[in-house]
Design a protein around this ligand. Sequence first.
Ligand SMILES: NC(=O)c1ccc[n+]([C@@H]2O[C@H](COP(=O)([O-])OP(=O)(O)OC[C@H]3O[C@@H](n4cnc5c(N)ncnc54)[C@H](O)[C@@H]3O)[C@@H](O)[C@H]2O)c1
Length: 327
Amino acid sequence: MNILVCGGAGYIGSHMVKMLSEQGHQVTVFDNFSTGNRWAVKWGKLYEGDLLNKRELSDVFERNSFNAVMHFSARSLVGESVENPALYYQNNVIGTLNLLAAMQQAEVKDLIFSSTAATFGHPFTDRIDENHPQQPINPYGWTKLMIEQILQDYASAYGVNSVSLRYFNAAGADPAGEIGEAHDPETHLIPNILKSVSGEKRLKVFGADYPTPDGTCVRDYIHINDLCSAHLLALKYLDSHAGAYGFNLGNGQGFSIMEILQAAIKVVGNKIPYDVEGRRSGDPPTLVADSALARQELGWQPLYITIESIIETAWNWQKKSHTYGRG
Ligand SMILES: NC(=O)c1ccc[n+]([C@@H]2O[C@H](COP(=O)([O-])OP(=O)(O)OC[C@H]3O[C@@H](n4cnc5c(N)ncnc54)[C@H](O)[C@@H]3O)[C@@H](O)[C@H]2O)c1
């Protein structure tokens, strides 16, 4: 298949591009490099462009004949979305409307969309399944929920087929160590723990008085390649399912920050310095996915079950990229 990957220079998008290429698909990356990395685009064709620029978008659709689109492009920092909601509604919602218009113009019908656990807001249950109410508590979550709604309406009115995959916490790196996670600023726990090992940054633990077994927040971490394999299955799902679908993706196990820290200590074989700070506003104590529906409907089976196996891939990449540079 010929697939357009919007946001293919980003953390998840670049791993998707690698997996698609390895599976023999033709891949085109469309990215404005606002948060993505040039060194991460190692496979497929590249168009540097912005979803907010309709001419750049129509250009990529006119020059190629795509079977489907995978849409990873977004601003995704919760705090930034609270401070600057206009940036988020414009980039995420308007950008997606532009993408959908370009798809319609080119008669491309299938879309896989990166949604998020942030569409659920504060959880009412220990494990969040697809029936859990979606009540975002920040503009970032709202942008993603609005797009999910838009996709429902576009399916009924225009026959655009989509799967929205709601990721919990993507983690780890390409097992071959060619690409990995490098956000700037980095807000994700595992890369920040590993930066603390190398002395690049001191780890901050936000809150140790939550109603969890050790007082730190519990989250669900899913390996990047398990996430990517769900996208391939979602694409296949659309072959026989018209409409707009949503699935939660996590590995269904919760790990506290302290448990991740202990696992990282085992993997790197070193002490990891950290400071405990106050709670961050808007952080629920526990966020864990129930991914039974994705397993049942897509036939999805995550392969990275232990947290150590996920951290190992991140550590392997971190060491390589420090030694050899990321270019
Ligand atoms: N990383 C996670 O744990 C996580 C969890 C839940 C949901 N998500 C969602 O998954 C997607 C990918 O996340 P990520 O961590 O890889 O983020 P990322 O920031 O690394 O990647 C996003 C990519 O999109 C590009 N982009 C952004 N706006 C664009 C625009 N207007 N035009 C063209 N390109 C644009 C960026 O340059 C970047 O390469 C995002 O939509 C995010 O909201 C991520």
